[in-house]
Design a protein around this ligand. Structure first.
Ligand SMILES: NC(=O)c1ccc[n+]([C@@H]2O[C@H](COP(=O)([O-])OP(=O)(O)OC[C@H]3O[C@@H](n4cnc5c(N)ncnc54)[C@H](OP(=O)(O)O)[C@@H]3O)[C@@H](O)[C@H]2O)c1
Length: 250
């Protein structure tokens, strides 16, 4: 098993779903992990459930003042970190002609602007030779109806990662993107995905099921590890093969 002994990992939005499971996986491999979230109670509860040496910090990724506070906290608490996992995201689905400006702003401010400035503010504290992994989504590249702004916000992250991989090469910081398909997390309830819709998607997925948070965590921890030392500017789908199925384009 890859060891993250003496490594420090920061995960935005780590109190639920993919972020939480990825935090647990890094901890199991010996890392120290700091998770964030908007809800301080949920962050504290998750830190308790994850156990030592997990730590938490309340920070809304869409609020740049809170992002700045997070960066200052990281500097004071750790000095430098090894890996940053940009995981926090917001999803609102519906046809483009019905999307409100408020929904648009929330999607863009959380998923792209917030992610961009989280990276910018924390960058001085990422060690040379460290890594940044960004969670995008399969629909960044899929042209999936009902996800116009959401998909665009995620596609912007894929583009950002390619640019940063070049810009940060001088510091040997690797930057990669993970595109999950449909993963069973509380997000699916928040997005109103019915049981019937989940069964339909699972049936159409080549591996025959929806994804689990651990499917994503396995790849994220790999990309942060020394075994991925030759990988930067890359993006990977974790989707059970869904992308190759015409369902996604229908
Ligand atoms: N599940 C899927 O099928 C799927 C597919 C593709 C991509 N993704 C991406 O995976 C990421 C994680 O989603 P999930 O499925 O694990 O959902 P989840 O279980 O709902 O978890 C979302 C996490 O993000 C945090 N969060 C949300 N908005 C935030 C903000 N503005 N600032 C800081 N933290 C915030 C939440 O904590 P608080 O509520 O306390 O803030 C929570 O910890 C998202 O970026 C999502 O777009 C998920």
């Amino acid at each position: 098993m890859t060891s993250f002994k003496d490594k420090i990992v920061v995960i935005t939005g780590g109190n639920s779903g993919i972020g939480y499971t990825t935090a647990a996986s890094f901890l199991e491999k010996g890392a120290k992990v700091l998770i964030t979230g908007r809800n301080p109670g949920a962050v504290q509860q998750a830190v308790y459930a994850l156990g030592h040496p997990a730590e938490g910090f309340k920070a809304d990724q869409s609020d740049l003042k809170e992002v700045r506070r997070l960066a200052d906290y990281i500097q004071g608490r750790f000095g430098t970190i090894d890996s940053l996992f940009i995981n926090a995201g917001f999803a609102a689905v519906g046809p483009a002609d019905a999307l409100t400006e408020e929904e648009y702003d929330k999607i863009m401010n959380t998923n792209f602007k917030g992610a961009f400035f989280t990276i910018q503010y924390i960058l001085p504290y990422i060690k040379d030779g460290g890594s940044i992994t960004i969670l995008s989504a399969l629909n960044a590249n899929a042209g999936m109806p009902g996800t116009s702004a959401l998909s665009a916000s995620k596609a912007a992250l894929n583009s950002l990662a390619r640019t940063l991989a070049r810009e940060l090469a001088g510091r040997r910081i690797r930057v990669n993107v993970v595109n999950p398909g449909v993963i069973e997390t509380p997000l699916l309830d928040k997005a109103g995905l019915t049981e019937e819709a989940r069964r339909f998607i699972a049936d159409k997925t080549p591996v025959g099921r929806l994804g689990k948070p651990a499917d994503v965590a396995n790849l994220v921890t790999f990309l942060a590890s020394e075994n991925a030392g030759f990988i930067t500017g890359a993006e990977y789908n974790v989707d059970g093969g869904l992308f190759v199925h015409p369902l996604i384009a229908s």
